[in-house]
Design a binder for this molecule. Structure first.
Ligand code: C2E
Ligand code: MG
Ligand code: MG
Length: 325
């Protein structure tokens, strides 16, 4: 097995003691590690500032978890072919009293790095189950909800068992829960990932690959893993009408999914032109601001009520979403 070295280099400044010097070299070493294998970095003061920022954010995430400051927003996924709400994606939101609303792209990487994503991830699933039950209690027909899962969560040895426990505790039909995983995660430890996915399928969950096309280029895992859905990344959808390359990638993903009998969902659909392109090319399930931004929990119940009343009226979904989004 090849070993990789990461080297941090620090020079003694006037007033620094040996301990400070070693700490600085350590900080530089961790930065070197972050930039990939076989790297070296010189320490500079900005590294210290970014480490302090990281620690503050890490501490605030831990406090927010204890104080219950996280909540979920739900974004609709619509099957435009049959005009039906296919499901909702649960998305973490954090409105910090001191920081204001914090972007998930800023706090989730820190939650992943620090390990807080593990309790936070179980909180997300727990909250989704509670919400589905509250719909049931209010006489509404529940819709499937997808939950994002990070590598750190998925790689826990008892991941599928803990998921099954949460579903069992809330008496939730596993068919109502979809797990969204990213491509990179499939490659980290192929055999273990394969076993874990098989267990999740056995429980009855649906598996979808998030941000498809942006991660690993080896596609053979698609044959080996029990996957149901490919989510076409927003970066390709954005290029519809402006770049033939982006469109070609979308066409390739749709035909790959078709031949492997997988579903496709397009992410980040914002314009009618993007929607028309996707429909013309065979992707009928879309998610994006065109149909609805992520909505607060209290807006979902009236939406489900409107859909229940709409029955089989084919335009009910679109009308309801326009009214509530
Ligand atoms: P994602 O899972 O790919 O989620 C889709 C992101 O695209 C969401 O960003 C959503 O608000 C945004 N989006 C949806 N439609 C549009 C659109 O039409 N235009 C544009 N510009 N954006 C759109 P958000 O909520 O900021 O989440 C960012 C990422 O954070 C997610 O990407 C996901 O990777 C991660 N994340 C969110 N919630 C969770 C969670 O509960 N657990 C984990 N592990 N990760 C999460
Ligand atoms: Mg997602
Ligand atoms: Mg995505």
């Amino acid at each position: 097995m090849l070993s990789a070295a990461s080297i941090g280099i620090a020079f003694s400044e006037p007033g620094d003691d040996t301990e400070q010097l070693l700490r600085n070299a350590d900080i530089a070493m961790y930065q070197a590690k972050d930039s990939g294998r076989n790297n070296f970095k010189f320490f500079h003061q900005a590294m210290h500032a970014s480490l302090m920022e990281y620690h503050e954010l890490e501490r605030d995430i831990r406090k927010a978890l204890e104080l219950g400051q996280f909540h979920l927003a739900y974004q609709p996924k619509v099957n435009v072919h049959i005009n039906q709400l296919q499901g909702l994606e649960a998305l973490l939101r954090w409105n910090s009293p001191s920081r204001g609303p914090v972007n998930p792209n800023d706090f989730i990487p820190v939650a992943e790095e620090s390990g807080h994503i593990i309790p936070l991830g179980y909180w997300v699933l727990d909250e989704v189950c509670r919400t589905i039950n509250s719909w049931r209690e209010n006489g509404l027909t529940p819709v499937p909800v997808s939950v994002n899962v990070s590598a750190r969560q998925f790689q826990q040895p008892d991941f599928h068992r803990r998921i099954a426990d949460v579903l069992h505790k809330h008496d939730i039909d596993p068919a109502l829960i979809e797990i969204e995983l990213t491509e990179g995660l499939m490659m980290e430890d192929t055999e273990a990932a394969q076993r874990e996915l098989a267990q999740l399928k056995r429980i009855g969950l649906r598996i979808s690959i998030d941000d498809f096309g942006t991660g690993y280029s080896c596609l053979s895992y698609l044959r080996r893993f029990p996957i149901d859905v490919l989510k076409i990344d927003r970066s390709f959808v954005k290029e519809i009408g402006t770049s033939r390359d982006g469109e070609s990638i979308i066409d390739a993903i749709i035909s790959l999914a078709k031949s492997l009998r997988l579903e496709t969902v397009a992410e980040g659909v914002e314009t009618p032109a993007q929607l028309n392109y996707l429909l013309d090319h065979g992707c009928h399930v879309v998610q994006g601001f065109l149909f609805g931004k992520p909505m607060e929990k209290h807006l979902i119940e009236p939406l489900l009520a409107a859909l229940d009343q709409g029955g089989t009226d084919s335009t009910a979904v679109v009308r309801a979403l326009k009214g509530f989004g």
